[in-house]
Write a protein that binds this ligand. Structure first.
Ligand code: ADP
Ligand code: MG
Length: 623
């Protein structure tokens, strides 16, 4: 019979497993190290990255430093100077408190630590490998701490293989850096990657820090927010309504200076903008909520981006109110909303400390209900739901329709050939068609004696543009592929978006775009594909980057990207529904469509037209 088989795991293995939760990728290590420097009251923090953190991450701070014993202790699991008692959790003000980060980092990389406190003449120099101190000696160094981690995952090859390309990992790092650099605007930061300076941020005001980080266009985009109650203080900025974006990118919420994601707060902001912005667009915002640590639980998730509030609904109402107030003060919101806000300001909930009794009382006030009841504007209204239903029915109406699918991996698995087999194209007209009608400025009726086609003008045009782009790409002669702009267009672009663009550039160039980086925060577009009309180059570039952000969370496959790029461009530049078309324009579009390899479907698989033969029409009249 087999004997007892359970054994305790050695510390080094246990640490490596636990490290997986905290250090999933270089960006998490960057976040933890920057947070440690902040907790150590540094006023200057330098971050050095090599090979997107896979080779090296170094953080140099001028904080309080550590004693020799603390330095050794800091690499032990659950070793922290920030939490002594479980009750301390409810008053925690530091960024870290779990005592896990350095232990995790030391379990999965080679670490060098140099640190000195102001009251000590010499500092200590430690080298740690596989969670063991392999070298310790006194050293002369400045007050503060330098922590270098090299060779991430050198001892866990499976994890190392899991890391993404340099540009993807760098985007994660930049995001984490920005999430820390913005709220701690009174700390000077630098960041370099492979010896290239990416950020050099002096101490500044919040607004100036945002501008330094995200680009000078923010100078004119922001409306300040400043509301205070005993329960919560809300400061920061919202973007003017005209600065909305197509993705959630520039939306930042910080609770007690910690970056978080919170659906409810995001919703509150969107609804404060109400009808000022279009559906499916996202306002820019930088919101800083300060509240008593006891009213917020930051302990929900190890990487701490999700948190719980003691009272979600109150936070929702406060945020919405604060944003409305800001918009109203800047006269971008009609006065009537301001009255609502004034009322809000006087509710007890805003002017007095919250007790449970008060909270109950508040919940019964009308103003509270406005923000929290069902059937209020911020919840999906019936109209919207039925509109969506109508749209779905419209699609069911088409026969042989392949489902829309935005997932690039299935786009690959669903080549045009497959679409073609869904719709046998033996019957397309080969003679000139006589009559064109446009219905509702959306659908083109192409009429012949024996047959008619109802064409979806946008899908049809997407197909035409898409195939023209694909054809360009096969052409080696750059002169014929490309059309120079008389006035090159410059576009502001954030640093993390620049990494996305780096991946996109080869594909852009194949379609005849001449795009280059230009200065620190912008790019210049000099040429566009010969088959596109000139105009809206800036919007096109921004929308492609936004799309890329949404679709390619992981590594980008260049072949898939190239095809996807043609689809995005075709969609952006296509004739939209509700555009009036002249008979000539309709005829041209129809003729262009008929020269396509796959005229029946848009590049995303939507049908471009319905063919109406007498048999087809008959179906509608049979009882
Ligand atoms: P936590 O931050 O949750 O306490 P860490 O593993 O990140 O856990 O750090 C462990 C301890 O090491 C900290 O509590 C702190 O006392 C010390 N420490 C880490 N980094 C620094 C630093 N840059 N300067 C001074 N002390 C530090
Ligand atoms: Mg820490």
């Amino acid at each position: 019979m087999q004997g007892d088989i359970i054994q305790m795991l050695p510390d080094s293995i246990a640490n490596q497993i636990a490290a997986g939760e905290v250090i999933q990728r270089p960006a998490y290590a960057v976040k933890e190290l920057l947070e440690n420097a902040i907790d150590a009251q540094a006023t200057k923090i330098n971050l050095v990255i090599e090979d997107a953190g896979k080779q090296l991450i170094q953080v140099v701070d001028n904080g309080v430093g550590m004693s020799e014993l603390d330095a050794r202790m800091s690499f032990e699991r659950h070793a922290t100077s920030k939490l002594r008692h479980i009750n301390d959790l409810s008053s925690i003000r530091s960024m870290g408190f779990r005592g896990e980060a350095l232990a995790s980092i030391a379990a999965v990389s080679e670490v060098v630590l140099k640190t000195r406190r102001a009251d000590q003449e010499l500092g200590v120099h430690l080298c740690v490998e596989n969670s063991k101190v392999v070298k310790q000696e006194p050293c002369a160094c400045a007050v503060g701490t330098t922590l270098i981690m090299k060779n991430l995952f050198f001892n866990v090859p499976a994890r190392k293989n899991f890391l993404k390309s340099t540009s993807v990992e760098m985007r994660y790092i930049i995001d984490e850096f920005i999430h820390i650099a913005i709220p701690f605007y009174d700390i000077a930061f630098t960041c370099t990657h492979n010896d290239k300076e990416i950020f050099n941020l002096p101490r500044a005001s919040l607004k100036q820090r945002i501008i330094n980080v995200l680009g000078s266009t923010y100078q004119t985009k922001l409306i300040p927010i400043n509301e205070s109650t005993n329960y919560v203080r809300i400061t920061g900025f919202v973007g003017k309504p005209e600065t909305v974006k197509k993705t959630r990118g520039e939306q930042y919420i910080f609770i007690n200076n910690r970056f978080i994601k919170n659906h409810s707060i995001n919703h509150a902001v969107i609804h404060a903008f109400d009808r000022m912005i279009e559906k499916d667009t996202y306002p820019i915002y930088f919101l800083f909520l300060e509240l008593d640590p006891k009213d917020v639980d930051v302990n929900v998730h190890p990487t701490k981006q999700e948190i719980k509030f003691a009272d979600d609904k109150l936070i929702y109402a406060f945020v919405q109110s604060a944003v409305r107030h800001a918009l109203a003060s800047y006269r971008v919101l009609p006065g009537i909303d301001f009255t609502l806000d004034a009322q809000m300001q006087q509710t007890d909930a805003l002017t007095q400390s919250l007790t449970n009794a008060k909270r109950e009382e508040t919940k019964n006030t009308d103003i509270y209900k406005v923000f929290t009841n069902k059937n209020q504007a911020h919840l999906l209204d019936n109209n919207e739901a039925s509109r969506k239903l109508e749209l779905e029915n419209w699609h069911n109406f088409f026969e042989n329709t392949s489902k829309k699918n935005n997932d690039p991996s299935t786009i690959e698995a669903q080549p045009d050939v497959q679409l073609q087999s869904l719709y046998p194209l033996h019957d397309l007209p080969n003679e000139m068609v006589s009559t064109f009608f446009q219905v509702g400025q959306c659908y083109i009726f192409v009429l012949q004696t024996n047959k008619a086609w109802i064409v979806h003008q946008q899908y049809a045009h997407e197909r035409v543009l898409y195939e023209k782009l694909i054809a360009l790409q096969k052409n080696d002669d750059y002169q014929t592929v490309s059309k120079p702009l008389l006035f090159p267009v410059t576009v502001d672009i954030s640093l993390s978006d620049q990494y996305i663009l780096t991946d996109l550039l080869p594909s852009f160039r194949q379609y005849g775009f001449d795009i280059d980086f230009f200065g620190k925060h912008s790019v210049i577009i000099r040429s566009i594909p010969a088959t596109l009309n000139i105009g809206d180059e800036k919007e096109l570039l921004e929308s492609v980057i936004d799309n890329c952000k949404e679709h390619f969370k992981k590594d980008i496959d260049q072949t898939v990207l190239k095809q996807q790029l043609a689809i995005w461009i075709a969609k952006k530049k296509s004739i939209k529904l509700h555009t009036p078309l002249s008979p000539v324009a309709m005829s041209n579009l129809w003729q262009d469509l008929l020269t396509c390899d796959i005229p029946a479907f848009s590049p995303e698989g939507y049908p471009c037209f319905i063919e109406c033969t007498s048999e087809f029409l008959q179906k509608f009249f049979v009882c």
